[in-house]
Each structure stands twice: as C-alpha cells, then as structure tokens.
Write a protein that binds this ligand. Sequence first.
Ligand code: F3S
Length: 394
Amino acid sequence: MHLTREEEAMLAGEEGRATQKAMQILVALGKIYDAERMVRVSSVQVSGVSYKNLGDAGLEFLSELAKDGRARVKTTLNPAGMSLTDWKSQGIERGFAEKQLQVIDAHGKLGLEISCTCTPYLAGNEPKFGQHIAWGESSAVAFANSVIGARTNREGGPSALAASLTGRTPLYGLHIEENRAPTMAVDVAARLRSPEDFSAMGYFVGREIKDGIPYFRGIKRAGLEDLKTLSAALASSGGVAMFHVEGLTPESGLKPENIEALTFTKKELAETDSLLNDDGVPDFVSVGCPHCSLAELATLAKLLSGRRVEREFWVCCSREVKRQGDEAGYSRAIEESGAKFALDTCMVVAPVEELGYRVVATNSAKACHYLRNAGLKVRFMPLEECVAEATRGG
Ligand code: F3S
C-alpha cells in the first residue's frame, strides 16, 4: 500500500503514539481490503459511544488514545447511553452514568464534538457531494452515500477514530465510484404514504438484499424524513450502506444493468408491518430513530398541543435540532404535554430494558429490530399513532 511521506511519519510514531496507533489500524484495514493508498477525509462520525456497547475495554482503548491523540478533521459523535445532563431523570444508574461520562470525557480530550446524534447531517456535520468521509453510524452512512452523494464505508469505532486522528482512510469500497453501482433493482408498486411506509420497505429490502446496493424504481416523491428512515431500516435488517432512488438521489444515473429485480407491493408492506408488531400494550413510546428533524418536531408539537401523555414518551433528537425547535416554539408544546426530549441518546442505545419497560411503541423499523434483540416487545406504528398511544386514557 502506497503511503505518502506524511503518512509514513505517522506510522513511524513521529507524530505521537495515538497517531501511530491510528495509522497502524488504517494500514491493517487497507491491507485487508487491498487499498492502493489512503484518501483524505473531510469529516468523521464516530459510533459506538454508548458505554452499554463499549464496556471497560472500549473505555480503556479511548483513554489510551486520548493521552496524546487529537482530531485532525471535524469529528462528531453518535448518541451515548443517556442524556449527558438529565440522566438522573431518565432513571439511569449512577455507576453506568459515571462510566458513560468518562467515555464522553475521553472523546472530548481527543477534540471530538460532543454532538451525540445519529443525524449529524442535521446538526452541522454536512458533507458535500463527492467528498470522502469516514462515518460510523449505519443509518447516517446510508444517508450520506445515497442522499448526499458523499463517500464513506461503514466504519467501526476504532477505524473511525483512526480516521479522525490522521485525517485519512484507506481508499476502498464505497470510496471508489465503480463500487457504488446498484446490485439489485426494487420495483416499488406499493403506495408509500408516510415515512413509516418507507421504513417498512427498507426493513423488507434490507433482509432480501443483505449488503447489496438497491435501486428503487417507481418512487415519485421522497422527503428528508422518508429517506432518513429508509436509510436506517435498510442498514438494520441488512447491511446496506448505499441505495439509489431513480430520478431522486444524486447518483441514480448509475443505472442497473443485467441485475435481478424484486418487487415491493402492498402485500410485502402489510407483511412487514405485521412482522414488526408483537402482542402487548405499550408501556413506553419513543420516536426519533434516527433522531428527529425539525419538521418532525413541528408535527409532534401540533399533535401534542393541549394533550397530556399518560406513559413515558421519549422524543429523541440532537441538541441542535432541539435548539431550533425551541426557537420555533415546538419544544414547549411537546414538553407541556409531559413528553420528554431524549437528547444525546436514544431508545436503543440507552439501557431501556433495565428501566423496567417491556413493550415499546415506535415509528421506526430499525428501533423495533434492535429493541427486540434487547429482549423487549415492540409495536411499530406511524408517528400519529405513537402520539395516540402515548396519550391514550388522557
Ligand atoms: Fe439513531 Fe439510536 Fe436509531 S442511534 S438511528 S436513534 S438506534
């Protein structure tokens, strides 16, 4: 693998131990994937921030890097396992909170922005078309590649950190144009009426296509919220890191050639809805997977205005989008209903199962997937029904 003089110096330890370790990780990765060289990245997004996933080994690794490592490019963080300020009211145990704060502290020492969101593209980390980036959060990776046209592989925690400390990543996979072509066409015959329908479709297609690149045909309109939740669902049931929507996404000119097609009709939509619904009455309701946009806060404010929630209701979003919601007056209407903003975290990376809840209602197929893996029962429903469920009896 070709390294520049500067990269050789990093590898030789001339720029400190953390940078050396980072370059070792990237060179090893590059060798595995047969990368010819490194490419500079314009931004990094680090996932695996929750202490629930990192554990003590992860915390130790971070603390070691933080001794002399520093981010060289804009680097933002995925959600943590709790709100960094309101963890007590979330019912988080002190022991977990202390460890989580140590994880955040180490990231801060490394010079990372403590943004704690899975929608960095709504909170100031906004790559441009064609830029190389190194992002870790799977839903954001799919969104960045597909909707923005930036180029990233799905980075693990260590490789994303390594990219941040060196400003580079090995040139392979989705950084190379020829690897971004579709591998399967999806003819959409179902009428997609809401972001939740896009979420269900993503869940179905992800299961079918695994880590391929779907090319959706027959979708006339798709808004940011539709594409955000589609990205998340495709990357949860499968390992999809990129998709195209004919006529809508920026690289949909890379047309499918001689590839298989699958069809998504109202039958598959109904089957997926039912697959994502367990029995049971929800005792916890959460929306914002991926983290809410401002438009979603506007909808929630309208739906919740003048109503009271009767069960725990989390609205997950970034501090930046919450700030915009404050300015627009949406946050107040949401909080006056008794719903809680879950900032810095989400219903999946927080230890919800340890807080005593059993059945979660949510409008995200991705959240259903992971909550079920954590032993909870799930109910998948549109945003409006989540609000109805949360306020039922009130
Ligand atoms: Fe984001 Fe948590 Fe969903 S990190 S994509 S809200 S599982």
